[in-house]
Design a protein around this ligand. Structure first.
Ligand SMILES: C[S@@+](CC[C@H](N)C(=O)[O-])C[C@H]1O[C@@H](n2cnc3c(N)ncnc32)[C@H](O)[C@@H]1O
Length: 274
């Protein structure tokens, strides 16, 4: 398993809440500790649909990835992977294209500690895990695990789901700069799939959620639809364009009606590089 060349010493920091473990708790997983559960309960008290929003977000990822695999995409770079949760991305895309290759990246040592579960792909395909931060695209793109798995001369599906709201602007717009660097590194035909929390449908509740994360030591930046759209600048949005996670190509027409925009609380889109 590649760890991006940064060494394998893992400090799990069980004493403080981690976004990956809070999210795992919300999804009903088993990889969380007291500090994570405490923060997750505060998130739920601030925003009761948080667990549903996490499931809706995850379901979006699989619909989008399946769609891209069916359209012929065979290489995926998933940044901000989270703690393995079946089905993982490679299970979804390799069910369509057994030879699909998936590189997972996260900056959280907890994800690294569980990454082995991400590496049992189909024999025809390939998966790898790279420990790196999205704000350092050169480290992600230059990691031996990525270079051995993906051919950056061929189209790559960039998957940045429920990640970018953890990258604050800090006055220098690091999130947009990082995404632009990733977009520049992949060829025409590549895609960008992203979701992002917003305060636009449940302003008071989402402001409280941001506060819970910030108090737990994790920056959390809500962005507007306009700021979310900017991540896709210069690329062609696939139908239905920028929408909420539950509304992006629902499997059945009625599915989009099972949640409200205030419950989903996350923008979603996929775009292709011309
Ligand atoms: C809410 S989880 C989303 C997991 C998965 N993408 C999904 O949507 O099901 C966010 C993940 O992003 C990771 N993350 C947060 N900031 C990051 C950064 N700067 N670089 C890489 N990963 C980051 C967290 O560790 C966590 O695993």
């Amino acid at each position: 398993m590649s760890d991006g060349g940064r060494g394998t010493a893992v400090d799990l920091r069980l004493d403080r809440a981690h976004p990956a473990r809070i999210y795992d708790f919300l999804l009903g997983g088993r990889t969380h500790f007291a500090a994570d559960r405490e923060a997750a309960r505060r998130v739920l008290s601030a925003f009761p649909p948080a667990a549903a929003a996490a499931r809706i977000n995850r379901a979006f990822t699989h619909r989008a990835a399946r769609h891209l695999a069916r359209e012929g995409m065979g290489q995926f770079l998933d940044i901000g992977t989270g703690i393995p949760t079946s089905p993982n991305l490679h299970e979804t895309v390799q069910a369509v294209r057994p030879d699909a290759r998936v590189v997972y990246t996260d900056n959280d040592p907890v994800v690294l500690a569980h990454a082995a579960a991400l590496l049992h792909g189909r024999p025809e395909g390939r998966t790898a895990y790279v420990q790196a931060d999205v704000t350092d695209p050169a480290a992600v793109l230059g990691a031996p695990g990525l270079r051995e798995t993906l051919d950056l001369g061929r189209p790559v599906a960039l998957v940045l789901v429920a990640l970018l709201h953890f990258v604050p602007d800090d006055g220098c717009d690091r999130a947009h700069a990082a995404v632009e660097e990733l977009k520049a590194a992949v060829p025409s035909g590549s895609t960008l799939t992203a979701t992002h929390a917003t305060r636009e449908f449940a302003p008071a509740a989402m402001a409280r959620v941001a506060e819970v994360y910030q108090r737990a030591g994790t920056p959390f930046q809500l962005r507007t639809e306009a700021a979310f759209r900017r991540f896709f600048d210069g690329w062609e949005l696939l139908e239905p364009g920028v929408t909420l996670t539950h509304r992006w190509r629902p499997d059945r027409p009625g599915d989009a009606l099972r949640a409200t925009s205030a419950e989903a609380a996350c923008y979603a889109a996929t775009a292709r590089k011309p």
